[in-house]
Structure formats: structure tokens, C-alpha cells
Ligand binder design. Sequence first.
Ligand SMILES: *[C@@H]1O[C@H](CO)[C@@H](O)[C@H](O)[C@H]1NC(C)=O
Ligand SMILES: *[C@@H]1O[C@H](CO)[C@@H](O)[C@H](O)[C@H]1NC(C)=O
Ligand SMILES: *[C@@H]1O[C@H](CO)[C@@H](O)[C@H](O)[C@H]1NC(C)=O
Ligand SMILES: *[C@@H]1O[C@H](CO)[C@@H](O)[C@H](O)[C@H]1NC(C)=O
Length: 606
Amino acid sequence: MLPLTIWVTLAFAAAAAAVPSRDGAHKLRERVVPPRGWTKRAPAPADHTIELRIALPQNDFPSLERHLYEVSDPYHERYGQHLSKEEVEALVAPHGESVHRVNEWLASHGLVEDALDRSPAKDWVMVKVPVSLAEEMLKTEYHVWTHDASGDAVIRTTSYSLPEWLDGHVELVQPTTAFSRMHALRTTFRFDSTSSAAPKLASDAPPISVPSASGGHVDASCNKTITITCIQQLYNAVGFAPSAKNGNQIGITGYLEQFANEADLQTFFAEQRPDAVGSSFKTVLVNGGVNNQTLDEAGAEANLDTQFAYGLTFPTPATFWSTGGSPPFKPDVLTPDNSNEPYLDWLAFVHKQKHIPQTISTSYADDEQTVPPSFAKRVCNEFAQLGARGVSLMFSSGDGGVGDGEEDPALQECFTNDGRNATRFVPLFPPSCPFVTGVGGTIHVPETAVFFSGGGFSDLFPRPAYQEAAVTKFLDTLAPGTYAGLFNPHGRAIPDVAAQADLFRIFLSGRAVSIGGTSAAAPTFAGIVSLLNSARLSAGRPPLGFLNPLVYALRGTPAFNDIATGNNPGCGTPGFNATKGWDPVTGVGTPNFGKLKEVVLGDLVL
Ligand SMILES: *[C@@H]1O[C@H](CO)[C@@H](O)[C@H](O)[C@H]1NC(C)=O
Ligand SMILES: *[C@@H]1O[C@H](CO)[C@@H](O)[C@H](O)[C@H]1NC(C)=O
Ligand SMILES: *[C@@H]1O[C@H](CO)[C@@H](O)[C@H](O)[C@H]1NC(C)=O
Ligand SMILES: *[C@@H]1O[C@H](CO)[C@@H](O)[C@H](O)[C@H]1NC(C)=O
């Protein structure tokens, strides 16, 4: 992005010039190779409605980023002095000239203010148009594309153009080139054969000695079945009682038509958190999200996330966002297209809120290489806005180790999506965004890295300063030439942290099931973070906000349990090793709530 001074110069120059020709030459903005597994079908129906989302450049994102790092750096004097909604909006507001030119462009196609919907900062404009008009505006042709495996259909194009005089005034337009498919992160999902009988959660075996755990040991049963009690013991959180009334809240995002079932939650509470029976959470529907409480329609992902996050943080007020936008459009129906860009729908919704839960967990992601770079960068910057406002964002790091999790080599996607088909590891987005906290996975007690824990290096985002020392140290331990060409050694590295990720006992459609995936790790880690935020708020301190600078400042201290065994195979390789110090399997390790609490309350310098 250009520095501010140059923007001002350009703006004056433009204002002095004649009104630019409305048509003029178009310039190609983006051309993508559609990800494997999509097939081009018929031209899109001309009268089918799509909602174009036009992103205007955020005028002063570099300042927002500077504020974010200052208020998130535990050694900075501004630590914890988060920005207000209005302060963030002022920093990301587009330049007036951009608003003006985009208005001109839209008006030249008959689209005036009444037809437009704008974000609070005016950095997004949304407008519903027929495909025929979108094609004219973007000098492109839309087609119906189907996803081979699921049969889902979307209306997309592989390239689009904009008038040259919008250069520097429009960052991106979607839906155009984004074919990515977000998926729930969950590897294993099996019904527990013992579920109809009384649950055997206790074990006669002597407890397992874990020096960092509450009381120095963990129930023997936790090596086979993870419950709320196991997490509290293992992460040294037994006995901490968060407040229901200090303003602290926790939020879970749900996508892909998933909702959390309240009856299942009560069954879960009755078994694992009896004092929480009768308590519930608030479901907020975003853009056509669903909340069908029919018992056998609940989502495994939604139930897992809510049962563990809320089970760990009761009585903290809890929110579940059910965001629509999927399954995508059916080509035979002439209703407005679901954008199928659910992160944007959710972000647009929460950016408008005055109060946002301080801790938010998301267990959905896409293969980074399937997300158009312009789109990934903008969405990542939008996550930074939440961090600047004091929100901690946790994302599962992925369930395919260094690969995509596909066991059948013929179906593996360990290839670049740039037409070259070069072999490449597969980092996931959003965890590859440097402004969120990526959560990898462990298994068993004592803990070891779980084989599916997603980890690696972004091909899109350069390495942020906060992890430079930790990651360089790891890279120096690799034998020269290790996996050369398979990953970007200069990229943002994931994950940042880890938590238990398998053998979780939850309730689904009235039955106990055992479930795993980094899907389980993210809400578990988020639960611990929410307890820390509760301690902070009760002590009259601000919430933790963007966590990573603090996380890396505490690496190698007792605040985290360093995981140094296990590895994360994928793409036909054994993947990386969990090692002493940060590693691309378990990050800096799993949390020790007791130690972290002393640190964040300022009572312990590590
Ligand atoms: C935990 O389970 C794993 C896998 O079954 C086993 O190898 C390990 O010995 C067990 N740990 C303890 C302390 O029993
Ligand atoms: C929920 O789903 C069931 C089964 O698909 C359906 O019969 C019912 O009408 C749905 N209820 C609502 C409120 O959408
Ligand atoms: C890449 O792989 C796809 C699908 O397997 C194939 O259709 C295409 O021809 C390959 N491209 C190159 C350049 O090898
Ligand atoms: C992982 O550790 C094993 C055993 O020490 C070693 O042989 C292997 O080279 C290591 N792998 C990587 C990628 O460093």
C-alpha cells in the first residue's frame, strides 16, 4: 500500500483533472486457476442476482497495524489500551476520492445510493445486481461451476477487470475468483460403543503424574477420554471460578448450516459440568444462518465447540453465531446467490457491534492456495481490526499435518494451484493470517503431538516479527535442504499454540460420541484464554486482545507446556517434528492456566 502522502498527492491530482471517462480502458485485476475439483458448466443465467462486494483500500492500515502491535505487546507502555470501534473505523476508512470514484462507477451503471449497502467504515460497498450487469461492469463472463465431490454449484469467473481510473481505489470485487471451500476441521468422528451404558469416565487406575497439572496429576481415564475435568486438570485450571458479571464473554463461530443443539448441551452438562445444567448460550443468526433445534440435525462441529468452550467457561455469557452463505447457490433457482464467502458475512456483522465477545474460536478453514491472495489479505486485515479492539481470535491449525489430510494419494492436493502443479505442503487460511492465533493439537497424557496437527509455513503472508526468533531457531535445527521447495521458509509459521485434540467425549443427537480434530483444540484453548480474560476483567484490567506477541514472549517458560515428541506427516512425508521450543506441529505448546494467570495479572515475571 502506498504511504499516506502519496495518496494525498494522487487525490489532488485526480480532483484537478477532468472527470475521468466512465468507460475508458479496463485493466485486468485478477486471474486465477480454479482449484482442482471444480468443473465449469453452463454460462450463468443473465438474470440471476449476485451480491457484489467491493472492497475499497483501507486508507491507513499501516497505522492500524502499528496500533495493534503496540497494544498487544506486553512490553509496550500501551499494552492493553485497545482501540474503540470508532477509532478502528477511522483508520480503515477509505480515502474520500476512492468513495467518490466508486460512486461514479456504480452510478454510471445505474446503481445509486438507495441500492447500496455500506460497512460502518465505508470500506465495503455491497450491491445486488443481475449477472448480466456484473459482467458488463467487470468485463468478464460468469459461469456455473460445480464442485465435483459435493455437487455444490457456485457462480464464478476466473478473471475480472476494472476501469483503469479505479486503480488504487478498488482493492477487490467478489464473488468473482474465490472458489475456496471452507471446511469444518474434524478428522475423526466415531460413535462410542459404550455410550448407551453408563459412561465410564472414572478409572480405577492410579492417576498419571504430570508435574504441571493441577495437583501434579491427571485422572488415568484422560489418556483415553477427554472431558472438561481432564482439561481443567491437565492445564492447571482446577478451582478457578470465572465471573458471570464482569463483562467477559466468549463466542463460537458456526458456518455451513451448523447449529449447536441445546438438548445435547444439557446432556453434556449433566454428565461433565453438573453446576451448568439449565444454563445456555445466545444463538445469533448471521445472513440466513440456521438454528434448527431438531435433535438429529445438530452439527458435530457446533456441538463439540460449544460443549467444550462453554463447559470450560461456565458461567461466562456465551454466544454462538450461525452464519449462512452455504451450501452455495443451486443453479436452477433464480434467487439471490449466497455469496459463499462466510468470513466476510461474519466480519461485516461483528464489525457493526459495539461490544464483541473478547475471546472467539473458529474451527473452519480453507487450503490457503485455494483462496485468492487479494481476498486472503483483506480478510486477514479485517481480523487485525478485531485484535485492535481487544478481541482474541483462535483458529484450528488444520487436520492434515503438513498436507491436506487426504489419505488417498490420488486425491491429495499437495500441489500448487498456479498451473505448475509443483509439489507443496498445504498451510491453511485463516490460521496462516499473522493476526490470529493458530491452535495445533496434542493427544494422550502426558501429552505428545497428535499426528494430524496442521502446521507449516504460509506462502502468502511473510513472517511477523513476533515469531521471527522462535521460528528461526527451529529452522536452524533442520538438516540443510530439508523439504527444500516444499515450504516457504520466510512465511508466517503455524501453529502458535496447541491443546488436546482427540478422544473428546461430547453429546450429539442424544448420544455420547468420541470426536477429534484441531476443531477440538481451538475451543479448548479459547476456553483457557476466556478464563484468563475473566481474571483480567475482574482485576479491573483490559482483556488480552491479540495474543501472539504475549504467546511468543512466554515461550520456553512454565506458562506453556513445551511439546517435544510426535510429528505431523502429510504429502507423503513424515512432516515436521515437535521439538524443544517452538515447532510447526504444536507451536510453543499447551497452556498452563495457573502460570498464565499469574503472568497476566502481573504477579509473576517469567
Ligand atoms: C496413554 O496411552 C498411550 C496410547 O495408548 C500409551 O502409549 C501410554 O502409555 C498411555 N500413558 C499412560 C500414562 O498410561
Ligand atoms: C428442521 O429440520 C427438519 C428435518 O430436516 C425439518 O423437518 C424441520 O421442518 C426443520 N425445522 C425448521 C424450524 O427449520
Ligand atoms: C495439473 O493437474 C491437473 C489435474 O490433475 C491437470 O489437469 C493439469 O493438466 C496439470 N497441469 C500441469 C501443468 O501439469
Ligand atoms: C525428525 O526426527 C527424526 C528422528 O530424530 C529424524 O530422523 C528426522 O530427520 C527429523 N525430521 C525432520 C523433518 O527434521
